[in-house]
Design a protein around this ligand. Structure first.
Ligand SMILES: [Zn+2]
Length: 92
């Protein structure tokens, strides 16, 4: 599964793929949607590369929706299977 390509700021094509640094697997090398950046990562290193023009840039993460502290985010409820003995059953 590959994420949707990002728009290249240089040529405007939606051909920006994530540049993968470090641990590259043979699968990654074969994946045309992932560019290999090498092992050395700067904090300024580009993390997107355009497959169309070869331009590399650093994509900033899109900020999510603002989280207000007053409104607590509900945690995902753990589904706990109820023991059958706890089921209500009426006899008679
Ligand atoms: Zn481009």
């Amino acid at each position: 599964m590959s994420e949707p390509k990002q728009q290249c700021p240089q040529c405007g094509e939606r051909a920006g793929v994530p540049i993968l640094y470090g641990m590259a697997t043979p699968e990654t090398f074969d994946d045309p949607d992932i560019a290999i950046g090498g092992c050395i990562v700067d904090h300024d290193s580009p993390n997107r590369r355009c497959l169309s023009c070869g331009h590399a840039w650093r994509a900033t993460f899109e900020p999510g929706p603002p989280i207000s502290h007053e409104q607590s985010v509900p945690r995902s409820h753990r589904r706990r299977p109820l023991p059958k003995s706890s089921l209500r059953r009426k006899k008679g």
